[in-house]
Structures are given as C-alpha cells and as structure tokens.
Design a protein around this ligand. Structure first.
Ligand code: ZN
Length: 220
C-alpha cells in the first residue's frame, strides 16, 4: 500500500508553481528506498526545477512495516497522546495486533524506525532514555531538552543516546549498560503489557515514560 497525493507547490524563492506528487504512506517491505531516504533526510526534500532551491517539505507519512507488525504515523507537530483513525482501522481489520505509533517530528520518526529495526521495545527504550537523561541532568547539571537512541550494542553491552542539552541544544552523547534497558523491558512487560491493546496510534515518548514511571512507582 503506498498512497500518493498531488499538490501544487510554489517555490518560496522564484515563485514557480509546479505540481508535485507526495508520498503519504509507504510500505516498508515494498519500498526500502523510503527507509534510506528518511535516514538521509531526502524523503521530504523538495527541489525547485526552475531555480534549484531545496527545502524540507514536511507532510504526514504513514510508515507501514508489515513484517515487523509496526506502523509509525508521522504527523508534523502533532500533539496527541492517542490518534484513532477509523478509516485505517476499518481498512486493516488485522491492525489490532500491530504496534501503532504517532510521532511529531522526523527525528522521532527516525528513532522509532531505528528501534523497531533493532527489534527493541520502544516503551522500554523511552524508560531507559528517561533514566539516562535524569542522570545527565543531575551529574552534569545540564538541562536536557530532547534525546534519541543512537546506539545499541549487545557485545559491548551498551545502549547509547544522543541528548540535546542547554539553551543551544548542543548534542551530548551518553550511554549505559544494556541491563538498564533489560530492567526497563521487565517493567514494561510486567506493568504495561496491555498498553498496546489501546486502540489507535499511541505517542510513546518522554511524556509517556514520565507518566508510566510515576504510575509504576505508585503500584510496585
Ligand atoms: Zn524556484
């Protein structure tokens, strides 16, 4: 399933108007190019054929990976904890056992794809990331604005994150032992096993991790 829409795009530099075809949904197993393009920041890139101006033309994208039973819905700046799409739920009745996520940024989209490619659990990754972020904030006295999984190496026993810290959002790398992830996974499997039974696309992010951790501390 790959879905396209046609839209007239006006070049912000020269004013040239041209009809463009935007891919709104891609099927990972049939279109591996999309995966590569997303990671190379080429997927949303638009170039004016007249003056050569290039821009990131951000638009919603549903990334469907049938083999991994995951769907990631990128909606620029979306601010929803849960997104129920009736059309999709009807069209794909087998969707109920698919992990569905909604993300607001391209970085978050890349991270989800990376996590699922590694076969990791994104809830456990978020819990691990939160723990590591708190450590960075405390020990380095740095204000952590956002962070993403950047490395996972079983042999070296490390899971690494790239955080953006301070007012300028400077990148800061911090890793920890894989046990921290494994412990997070235990928590997820014990206390949040039914989380994915919720209908629709879920936002599994830092906010989710904070709320989940608070809930866990209350019930354990
Ligand atoms: Zn132009």
């Amino acid at each position: 399933m790959s879905e396209k829409v046609k839209r007239n795009i006006t070049c912000p530099k020269c004013g040239n108007i041209k009809e463009n075809t935007l891919l709104c949904s891609v099927n990972a197993s049939s279109l591996n190019d999309a995966h590569k393009q997303i990671f190379e920041d080429k997927f949303f890139e638009w170039t004016c054929e007249k003056c050569g101006e290039t821009r990131q033309l951000l638009h919603p994208l549903l990334y469907n990976d049938i083999k991994r039973r995951t769907m990631v819905y990128y909606i620029p700046n979306v601010d929803r904890r849960q997104l129920v799409d009736d059309r999709l739920e009807t069209e794909f009745s087998e969707l109920s056992d698919v992990k569905k996520r909604v993300v607001p940024t391209v970085n978050a989209l890349k991270e989800k794809l990376y996590i699922f490619d590694l076969g990791l659990n994104d809830m456990a990754v978020e819990l691990t990331k939160l723990a590591v972020a708190e450590l960075v904030a405390k020990s380095r006295k740095l204000h952590v604005t956002e962070g993403y999984l950047s490395a996972y190496d079983e042999e070296a026993n490390t899971i690494g994150f790239e955080f953006f810290v301070g007012d300028t959002g400077k990148p800061f790398l911090q890793s920890t032992r894989i046990e921290v992830y494994k412990r997070s996974l235990e928590i997820v499997e014990t206390y949040f096993a039914n989380e994915d039974d919720r209908q629709g696309f879920l936002a599994i992010d830092r906010r989710w991790a904070r709320e989940a951790l608070a809930q866990y501390r209350k019930i354990k």
